[in-house]
Design a protein around this ligand. Structure first.
Ligand code: ASP
Length: 622
């Protein structure tokens, strides 16, 4: 087939987003073995995805020369390009342990800046535990991490594997939902609110105490107000140690004292107590309360959650009050999976004393619980509702459209005024600062152009994403660079922002700045994390351009930040060759001096290595 025909049928103009798929195992990729039972099948899934036209667009991959997988085009903003990392061994999730959570955490940490979103393929049996654990391990997460699997293998004609995989990829590549979530049966659920509720139904997961974060029907509806934002001005990090000394104790009417003693004795450091109804234990069982009291006074964290699927523990009964007196921590409406994994996380924090750990167990740190004082604003106060009422707008669709117009517009007034007080007031009226305008620009984009540090700080600490991309694929960081607001760039980077896109384009920006002698822009790019040696499409570096166009200030800046004097462009010219060709004497001297210095350092390093590791043969020029 001719290229012309293929190009005319594919849209190459759409922006791309990159998703990493971590394939840990589970039914989704299983095959029946010789005994007729499902078992993990290594090296089968990726070829199957490549040959499935719903999951891989071969024409687009050929036209763009990518070896990654490409989702066929759909109605969403981005073309999703994805790569799959298959684990070895693949696991039935019943065999997963804390170490496997660490493994996933490490892989996401290592690839975090290279991808826009992540999908984790996982068995359904312990998926809710892994989702809960990862939600706590991922501190200051700013990107979507979606876990999915299926009840029927993806290789079978009739099943849920394809739609779960497709939906997860589309959501991860198109929406910033900065949480660990579970996508199953057209619903996106908060991971730490989720439990597996059915053995065989395709509707296997539910989050009984929290609404879905998104539903996928004819349209994708994202419940933006329900999204939980970690609002610290800090980078993504993974808590890589968890405390395994935890257990789950479900009360039952004839439980014996010795059973309770067994659960509470060392090495147990955290116990999830599943009590009756709204958090009750038998108040006539002094033995039970005494054992619990003794354990909490030893520092064991005992968290009370209900055995009921829906609802929260509270202290409306005398029987529940007794637990409080015994030092038990209310776990409100946490799922058992969330309470247990939250304990593994909290107990692993070396800097938190017992009081802090108790405090954290009852605080809502990842959207995992609803405490009584948590309702920030009600619909009566909602700004859009007030305007909708005045305009006689009744349908939810129209109300949504009104919000999409009003929220960004009203927030932008406060942002360009630099008025944090006004932002505070707007917040009380339910204004969503993360909402984007028709160009997909958020209040943070505008604030980064304006360069008002206090406003930028306010918006990030109120959950506006540093990763949001506008219609032109610009992030707030690019806007701050465009206006050289160094303090804003630093704050964004500190809060997890990073440069995105083709490194050659960033190389091009560096070269452009160097050619113009724009040292301030070079500084901006440096602060944003650009590699000062990144070449552009013709292999030229900023140092080539600064040398060629005779900008000694830029040359000095670049040399100071480890720009290499031996970099060669497509014509095999070094920056020094260019300076000499143009007779830029001062620049040539700087480069000569730097080159001598580099040689001297290499020699010193060679001697140092030789003397430190005499058994290793290192030549001075290596
Ligand atoms: N036993 C399988 C697992 O959890 C079940 C599934 O994936 O649905 O890996």
């Amino acid at each position: 087939m001719s290229t012309m025909i293929s190009c005319s049928t594919i849209n190459l103009d759409k922006p791309e987003s990159k998703v990493m798929v971590i394939y840990t195992g589970g039914t989704i990729g299983m095959l029946r073995n010789e005994d007729g039972v499902l078992a993990p099948a290594p090296n089968m899934l990726i070829p199957a995805l490549k040959n499935n036209p719903y999951l891989h667009d071969k024409l687009y991959a050929e036209a763009t020369d990518t070896t990654s997988l490409v989702l066929p085009d759909c109605d969403e903003k981005y073309r999703v390009i994805y790569t799959v990392l298959e684990y070895d061994p693949l696991l039935d999730s019943s065999n997963m342990t804390v170490d496997d959570w660490m493994h996933i955490g490490k892989d996401i940490r290592d690839h975090y800046e290279k991808y826009d979103g992540f999908v984790i393929l996982h068995g359904t049996d312990t998926l809710a535990y892994s989702a809960s654990a990862l939600s706590f391990m991922f501190e200051n997460i700013g990107k979507s991490v979606i876990m999915t699997g299926s009840q029927i293998p993806i290789f079978e004609i009739r099943g849920d594997g394809l739609s779960n995989m497709l939906g997860s990829l589309i959501l991860a590549g198109n929406y910033i939902i900065p949480e660990v979530t579970v996508y199953f049966n057209n619903k996106l659920l908060r991971g730490n609110r989720t439990s597996k509720v059915h053995v065989s139904s395709l509707n296997a997961f539910d989050s009984p105490n929290f609404p879905p974060l998104a539903t996928v029907g004819i349209k994708i509806e994202v419940n933006t107000k329900a999204i939980f934002h970690q609002c610290d001005l800090e980078k993504f990090r993974v808590q890589s140690v968890l405390n395994k000394n935890v257990c789950l104790l479900r009360l039952f009417p004839c439980i014996t004292t010795s059973t309770i003693q067994e659960f509470l004795r060392p090495p147990a450091m955290g116990v999830v107590l599943q009590t009756y109804g709204s958090g009750n234990v038998p108040s006539n069982r002094k033995d039970l309360l005494d054992e619990i009291s003794e354990a909490t006074s030893r520092g064991v964290l005992v968290v009370n959650i209900t055995q009921c699927t829906k609802g929260s523990v509270s202290d409306i009964y005398e029987t529940g009050e007794a637990l409080k007196k015994a030092g038990v921590i209310p776990g409100f409406d946490m799922t058992p999976e969330a309470a247990l994994t939250k304990l593994t996380y909290t107990l692993s924090k070396p800097d938190w004393d017992t009081t802090k750990k108790r405090e954290m167990m009852q605080a809502n740190i990842r959207g995992e619980l609803t405490s009584h004082d948590q309702f920030l604003h009600t619909n009566e106060n909602d700004f859009v509702d007030i305007v909708a009422h005045a305009l006689n707008i009744n349908t939810s669709e129209e109300r949504k459209q009104l919000g999409a117009i009003l929220y960004p517009a009203i927030a932008s007034i406060a942002v360009s005024d630099g008025n944090t007080e006004m932002l505070d007031n707007l917040k009380k009226y339910g204004v969503d600062f993360s909402a984007s305008n028709m160009d997909d620009r958020t209040a943070l984009h505008l604030a980064c152009c304006e360069g008002n540090l206090a406003i930028v700080e306010y918006l990030i600490s109120h959950g506006v994403s540093v990763h949001a991309k506008d219609r032109f694929d610009h992030t707030p960081l690019l806007d701050a660079i465009q206006f050289d607001h160094h303090d804003v760039i630093q704050l964004l980077v500190q809060s997890g922002a990073h440069l995105i896109g083709n490194p050659r384009v960033i190389g091009g920006e560096l070269c452009k700045a160097a050619a113009k002698g724009n040292k301030r822009r070079l500084e901006s790019l440096f602060l944003a994390g650009a590699d000062m040696n990144q070449p552009d499409f013709s292999e030229r570096t900023a140092l080539h351009m600064a040398a060629l166009h005779d900008h000694p200030e830029c040359v000095s800046f670049l040399l100071l930040h480890k720009a290499r004097t031996d970099a060669v462009d497509l014509l095999k010219l070094t920056p020094l060759d260019m300076a000499r060709m143009k007779e830029n004497k001062h620049v040539a001297e700087l480069l000569e001096f730097a080159r001598e210095d580099e040689d001297r350092q290499k020699t010193d390093l060679g001697i140092k290595l030789e003397t430190s590791f005499p058994e290793v043969v290192i030549t001075k020029n290596s």
